[in-house]
Design a protein around this ligand. Sequence first.
Ligand SMILES: [Zn+2]
Length: 310
Amino acid sequence: MSEHETTCRRSGAARIDPSLLGQPPRVEGARDPELATLVATLSPAHYERYLTTIAAPTTRHSLSPEFAAVMTFAATELDRLGYSVIRRPIAVGAGRSENLLAHRTGTGAAPRGLVAVTAHLDSVNQEGRSLPAPGADDNASGSAGVLELGRVLAGRTWSNDVVLILFGGEEQGLLGSIDHVGGLDTETRARLSAIINMDMIGRKNTTQPGVMIEGGTASKALMSELVAAAGTWTALQVTTSLNPFASDHVPFIDAGLPAVLTIEADDRANTDVHTAGDVLDTVDPSVALEILTMNLAVLARHLEGRPPTP
Ligand SMILES: [Zn+2]
C-alpha cells in the first residue's frame, strides 16, 4: 500500500462501519448574548485573506521552501496577535519539516484548563512531489480557520489557556501530530479539555451545508457539545462518526485525549483532494465560517471554564 493510500480520507472512508455513524436531531438552544457578540467577530474578509494567502503558492509540500514560507506568514500573524509562537522541527523521511505552536495563557488560577485548535498546513499531489499541490480545501481551509479562530480568541481574555497548532508532515502519515502528542507531558495531557482539529472545512459537497464531527470514546462529551452548538448557532446538518481516521485528531484519540475532527459533510465526494484541482475556486468560505462558528461556541465555553450548555 502506498503512503497516499494510508493517509487519504477518500480511501479510508471505505472502511467506515455505518453503525458508528449518527445523524443527531437538530436542537436550537437559547443563544447566550455574550457568546453572540464573540461569534459576530468572526470575519469572512479576514478568513478569506488567510485562505488566499495560504493557498497562493504552487505547493505546500512538507519539505518545500513554500511550506516554510507560509509557516513564516502564520508565525508573524500569530505573534502580532499576541501569541507566543514556537516552530518545532519534525522528521519527514530523511528531511525536516516543522510544527507551529502558538500559546496564549489564561488569567485563571493554576492548574488552568487547555484547549487546542489544530490543522495541517502541508499539502500534497498524489502523482508526485514536483507537481502542483494548491491544497485549497486540504488544508488551507482548516489552516486559515486556525488563524481566524486565533484572531477572534485574541480579542479578549480567557480563564484557561489556548494553543493553536499548525502541523507539518500530515500527508506523509500524520508525522507532525504523532511527534507532538508523543512529546506531551502528563500535566499537559491532564489539562487538555478539548482538541478541535479542522481538515477540509470549505467544500460544499451536499445541497445543504453540513459538517461531520468525528471522534473517539474520550471525545463523546465534546462531540455532544459541538452538535448542540451547531443547532444553536448554525444551519449545518450534522453527521457524527466514532470511526476516527486519516487526520491529526487520531494521535490524540489514540492517547485517550478528547479530540475531534470537524470536516465538511461528505468529504469523500471531493475528488480533487491531493491533485492540482484542489484550488480556491472550489472552496465556499461560507461553509468554513459555519464550521468555525460551531467550533468557536464550544471553545469559548472551555476557555471560560464554564460548564457546557446542554
Ligand atoms: Zn488533509
